[in-house]
Write a protein that binds this ligand. Structure first.
Ligand SMILES: Cc1ncc(COP(=O)(O)O)c(C=O)c1O
Length: 412
């Protein structure tokens, strides 16, 4: 696919239209930020006026601006998975490639959420997630790009709540970019809830004279939903250019915002594919209700049950994996080069292939688009469990008679 050649659609670069509407400048915020230097080039990190796709123009409210945070459009390519039903094609949209330290599906939501934070004059953002939350890492990075401080409330086990959380995976990036981390135990989280925790921190920061903006778990509110409405516009254009009509779209679901935008956009656009979501926590019924709330917040007038099919893929529980699941991640990487994360896309891909195996007639000759939502950094949390699954190393045999040849890479 030539998807990387697409220009980002229908978003007017505010930096050229309104020079004064650039990101906060060095003078305005009193700090040097990479964003103030880069935004003037009109691309990455630029503020842009937002025009929704025509098929979404009746939704309300429509955001006025976004900040360009993702490397978009992300590529779509054929995914040569083994043992597919007859004539079934699986393609993969690489939202894991939407950036590097700022990557995955959350980037799309943050483009809208960060724009609102800045429009409201925030000087910091607060968000909440699990100890290896990809969303928290993406929020921390995008906040720093936009010259905001970031406060994270991370959920961990009771035994670890008062210990240094370490530097594994997402934590390394969060701590490198200087995010403030408050640890809470799973029990405290379950008792008080993410909203009350964020509100507690928000009030403390206001008392200190700060102007915090709260981003909900996973960036999943009605504003964040626009991120995947936009992704549908991207897929629509990629399908048209490459003349491929997808019958099904498959994605993991963790807090609901991705499926809300994806399924609503698919319903309204020319895509008309069936959207299947595999939930990795809570229950499908919980997500039908939660998604309904998000799309009601956009006055969409549709029933979540009519636009997405949600199935349970939680397995042992959120962020917990069996050995078989981790082996699957390893095998798919070895077979196809695509590294799935075991918490989200790994579980969704397992559930997809299981259904294809059990019901081959249902999937025969269908063109399926699987959305890889990122999460590679979370895989570092599993290295202990995966160590025994990876081999392929040895001390290189070098005969003493091998002569020296001068060349590049003279390291010593
Ligand atoms: C890598 C990854 N994939 C998928 C999801 C699920 O997306 P959503 O929270 O929008 O349901 C998340 C976050 O929860 C994630 O971090």
């Amino acid at each position: 696919m030539s998807s990387s050649l697409f220009a980002r659609p229908a978003i007017v670069a505010a930096s050229s239209a309104h020079p004064t509407a650039l990101l906060p400048t060095i003078q305005a915020r009193g700090k040097t930020s990479i964003s103030s230097l880069m935004a003037s080039h009109g691309g990455f990190l630029a503020k842009r006026q937002y025009e929704p796709p025509s098929w979404a123009s009746h939704l309300s409210p429509i955001p006025s601006h976004t900040y360009s945070l993702g490397h978009l459009p992300t590529p779509v390519h054929k995914w040569n998975l083994p043992n597919l039903p007859d004539e079934t094609e699986v393609w993969i949209k690489r939202d894991d490639l939407s950036g590097m330290q700022l990557s995955g599906n959350k980037v799309r939501k943050l483009e809208f959420l960060m724009a609102e934070a800045l429009a409201q004059g925030a000087d910091c953002v607060i968000t909440v997630g699990g100890i290896q939350s990809n969303h928290c890492r993406a929020t921390a990075v995008s906040a720093k790009y936009l010259n905001l401080d970031c406060y994270l409330i991370l959920r961990t086990s009771k035994a670890l709540v008062d210990k240094d959380p370490g530097l594994t995976g997402n934590l390394l990036v969060e701590r490198l970019v200087g995010a403030h981390i408050d640890l809470v135990s799973k029990e405290e989280y379950a008792k008080i809830g993410s909203e009350a925790l964020a509100d507690l921190l928000r009030r403390r920061l206001i008392e200190e004279g700060r102007k915090p903006y709260v981003i909900p778990v996973g960036g999943s509110n009605s504003l964040g939903t626009w991120g995947y409405i936009e992704a549908v516009r991207e897929i629509e254009q990629q399908s048209q250019t490459d003349k491929i009509q997808f019958d099904d779209i498959i994605v993991a679901c963790g807090s609901g915002g991705t499926i809300a935008g994806l399924s609503l956009g698919t319903k309204l656009s020319s895509l008309q594919a069936k959207v299947h979501a595999f939930s990795v926590c809570d229950s499908p019924e919980y997500f039908y209700n939660y998604t309904q709330g998000l799309i009601n917040g956009l006055q969409a007038g549709v029933d979540s049950h009519d636009i997405v099919n949600i199935q349970d893929a939680k397995g042992l529980g959120y962020a917990l994996n069996t050995n078989e699941e981790l082996k699957f991640v390893k095998q798919i990487a070895e077979d196809t080069g695509v590294v799935l994360d075991p918490v989200y896309s790994g579980k969704a891909a397992i559930a997809m292939l299981k259904d294809m195996k059990e019901n081959p007639a249902k999937w025969k000759a269908r063109k399926v688009l699987f959305i890889h939502t990122g999460g590679l950094l979370g895989l570092y949390d599993k290295v202990g469990e995966m160590a025994s699954m990876v081999g392929n190393w040895r001390k290189m045999q070098i005969d003493e008679t091998v002569p020296r040849i001068d060349g590049t890479g003279k390291m010593f």
